[in-house]
Design a protein around this ligand. Structure first.
Ligand SMILES: C[S@@+](CC[C@H](N)C(=O)[O-])C[C@H]1O[C@@H](n2cnc3c(N)ncnc32)[C@H](O)[C@@H]1O
Length: 222
């Protein structure tokens, strides 16, 4: 482990123990994911707390998540919802979805969280065609090559004044002018989008630091 990684871990530990201590249910969620053979590519506890805080700040009643894995970030987000709130999470892998549903139920959130299985782009298109009610917050955290397409759907599905968040948007290649990647394309598209006001917030991770791109959708002409 490099000195930089060690100190990033130390800072992340400081933030997490003060603001993002995991309760038994979040710890059990990670344990269940490990037992079920899922890779630990969920957000960190401090990242989960950031999502939770943004959901509260936006007064979210309806949340859309793209990329469920074992339900870890869904639990952080759903805990910010009011009693009649709803989170719909999209996942391509049946096994991941089954683990997530178990974890969500254990966390007492089964009535608020719905996991829909299938390729996210197809599910999003179906939702759009079905006239799905607008979301207050969309969290994008699935395959990076899909990010641009998810952005278009997210802009259509989020209300004016709602938030669009995208995870893992500050990998090393963003600094390489010759590199091309889904996240680089996503960040460029968000920056150029006339309806979005955005920035990237660097976030600390076990493996170093990464980024969360945060956008608010304003009404065009407003
Ligand atoms: C980084 S993980 C999500 C982590 C989760 N948000 C958390 O922090 O707990 C990405 C997930 O997206 C799913 N995924 C990948 N491609 C997908 C696609 N095309 N449609 C829907 N889900 C997809 C993967 O199976 C995986 O479970």
């Amino acid at each position: 482990m490099s000195t930089q990684e060690k100190s990033i871990q130390t800072y992340d530990h400081y933030i997490s123990q003060l603001f993002a201590a995991e309760d038994d249910l979040l710890q059990a969620t990670r344990a269940e994911m490990q037992q079920a053979g899922l890779r630990p590519i969920n957000v960190s506890a401090s990242g989960g707390q950031l999502l939770h805080l943004l959901a509260l700040l936006s007064g979210a009643r309806r949340i859309l998540e793209i990329g469920t894995l074992g339900g870890y970030s869904a639990i952080w987000l759903a805990r910010a919802l009011p009693a009649d709130g709803k989170l719909i999470s999209l996942e391509i892998d049946e096994h991941h979805a089954a683990v997530a549903r178990r974890n969500v139920a254990q966390a007492g959130l089964a009535t608020k969280v719905e996991v829909r299985v299938g390729p996210a782009l197809a599910t999003l298109t179906t939702m759009q065609q079905a006239g799905e009610a607008p979301f207050d917050l969309v969290f994008i955290d699935a395959d990076k090559d899909g990010y641009i397409a998810y952005l278009q759907k997210a802009v259509a599905l989020v209300r004016d004044g709602g938030l669009i968040l995208a995870d893992n948007t500050l990998p090393d290649e963003v600094l390489d002018t010759n590199a091309d990647s889904g996240t680089k394309r996503y960040n460029a598209a968000v920056a150029a989008h006339p309806a979005l006001v955005s920035t990237i917030v660097p976030v600390l991770r076990r493996q170093g630091f990464d980024g969360l791109t945060i956008s608010i959708k304003r009404a065009l002409g407003a």
